[in-house]
Design a protein around this ligand. Structure first.
Ligand code: DGJ
Length: 510
């Protein structure tokens, strides 16, 4: 067995995050950006809320400015305190390395970096001059980040190499250049006029300069190549010390779809083949999903054998149903609504509309009012069922309502099919989504929210299928427990309501 968490195959041959010999299915949440910059704040305001929600994995930032306040002088007290708090609360961590880039800006770099723009060169816009983002072509900046990250990983190995409180590390955050398609600093302009690298020319069967090879996509490909190369350097430095799985997350390509409106050169789905060439050390590519079509975003990132990892997802109640689809259909490594520390005390949540507009995040997806009771129920059911689900991962499937017009789907069993009918979408409620499994021929398990199910004979068969028995199901430590037998007024259509629930249906033929 490998010693540290790693990305590998589970007992069914499915790619997973393997932790202490088992696949991880993290019922997670990501903290707000500033919460983990102070351990007292964490102790008082954050950990109590997290235990109410029933999380087992928390994603939180470690900022470069916190560990290297003076050049070459490293301090780890905050890391120590957060590790101790996580262990006390029995929670595993995914660290987010906020180094050179966070959402297209360089705001988490130490002061000594911010104060030295001669050495740490800023990317430039075409018309308005300097940005607040360090150029991905600035080698001294990349080397300084790589050095700090290497130190952090070496320290982590020393203090967590045995306990594995930290499972993975996200390197940088939503990388890319905002405001222009590419960096117009003199350094970058010179490189933009040069021939594309050979490895790219061969892989894409293109030649010439960036514009000659890729036409109007040239600027975005150019940025992607340089960001990916920088990340590769940083990850390599970290992995030589402690080879935990490392991933990057993406601000998705969305309306308006011109690079620069979303971070240009970031790891959006269609750029992953290029990123993989420049940065072979990245283990996973993860989408941050605030868009309404959760199905499509998950699909786009399940390409090229990339197992699904969801470090940031919507905060409104549909998140409580989306989790079933992510784990059921995609066998997700973890599912993590953003800003989880404010879900319980959501009355304190006041939307920063200007910021959300800047980040191109729609207000509804960010509104966590009323989400926590639904999320608590979903996570409770998933946690109790988890050992069962993991040992039957190969049999498990998932479904989800994609839009208001989507009325349902048909699931294909061995001898009969199941009609899944979705409920109308309502504001303030979870969506329709679930996990299903044929336990043995003609016996089905279904769990999730806001759908009903009815057995139906397969096409071109003459046997009529009926539900013979319907039972409520709960789980305890992975063991399936049968509750009420639903008969009389309760028989017939099995219905999962707003709050997550689970049923077993046995069918027969007449
Ligand atoms: C996406 C970023 O990755 C997060 O750090 C955060 O800024 C959210 N957007 C919005 O608050």
């Amino acid at each position: 067995m490998k010693k540290f968490p790693y990305i590998g195959l589970d007992q069914h041959g499915l790619t997973s995050l393997m932790v202490d010999g088992n696949p991880w299915m993290g019922l997670a949440g990501e903290l707000k950006n500033s919460s983990s910059s102070n351990s007292k704040y964490m102790e008082e305001k954050v950990w109590p809320n997290l235990s109410t929600l029933g999380l087992d994995t928390v994603l939180l930032p470690v900022a470069w400015e916190s560990i290297e306040p003076e050049e070459g002088q490293f301090q780890y007290d905050l890391v120590d305190e957060i590790l101790a708090q996580a262990r006390k609360n029995n929670i595993r961590l995914v660290l987010l390395w906020f180094g050179l880039w966070k959402n297209g800006e360089s705001m988490y770099v130490p002061l000594w970096v911010k104060r030295d723009p001669e050495r740490f060169i800023l990317a430039q816009h075409q018309f308005v001059g300097r940005s607040v983002s360090i150029s991905p072509l600035c080698q001294p900046a990349i080397e300084a980040d790589a050095k700090a990250f290497k130190k952090l990983m070496a320290y982590l190995r020393q203090v967590d190499g045995e306990m594995h409180t930290v499972l993975m590390v996200q390197v940088e955050n939503e990388i890319g250049f905002l405001g222009s398609e590419y960096d117009h600093s003199p350094l970058a302009e010179e490189a933009f006029g040069q021939m594309i690298p050979n490895v790219l020319a061969e892989a894409f069967n293109k030649q010439g300069t960036w514009s000659e090879a890729f036409g109007e996509d040239g600027p975005e490909y150019f940025m992607a190549w340089h960001y990916a190369s920088a990340v590769e350097r940083i990850i390599q430095a970290g992995k030589t010390e402690f080879p935990l799985p490392m991933f990057v997350n993406a601000w998705l390509e969305q309306h308006p779809t011109y690079p620069g409106y979303y971070p240009s050169g970031g790891p959006i789905a269609r750029l992953i083949p290029l990123w993989k060439l420049a940065a072979p050390s990245i283990d996973l590519y993860a989408p941050d999903v605030y868009v309404s079509d959760f199905f499509q975003a998950c699909q786009d990132y399940s390409i090229l054998k990339n197992p699904l990892l969801l470090p940031e997802v919507r905060r409104d109640p549909v998140t409580a149903s989306n989790a079933f689809y992510a784990f059921g259909h995609h066998k997700a490594i973890l599912f993590s609504p953003f800003g989880i520390d404010e879900f319980v005390d959501y009355l304190e949540y006041k939307p920063n509309t200007a910021l959300l507009a800047e980040l191109n995040i729609d207000l509804e997806s960010f509104n966590c009012a009323g989400t926590s009771p639904y999320l608590i129920s979903s996570y409770r059911l998933l946690r109790n069922a988890r050992p069962f689900l993991l040992s039957n991962r190969d049999k498990m499937g998932g479904f989800i309502k994609r839009s208001n017009h989507d009325r349902g789907c048909i699931l294909h069993g061995h001898e009969c099919d199941l009609i899944i009918s979705y409920q109308d979408s309502l504001p303030g409620k979870p969506g329709s989504a679930g996990i299903w499994m044929e336990l043995e021929t003609n016996t089905f398990m279904l769990m999730g929210c806001r759908f009903s199910v009815e057995p139906i004979q397969k096409r071109n068969t003459s046997k009529r299928v009926i539900s013979l028995r319907l039972e409520e199901v709960t789980f305890e430590r992975g063991e399936m427990l049968i509750g009420r037998i639903l008969n009389g007024d309760e028989r017939g259509h099995m219905i999962c309501g707003d709050t997550a629930s689970c049923f077993k249906m046995t069918v027969g033929y007449v």
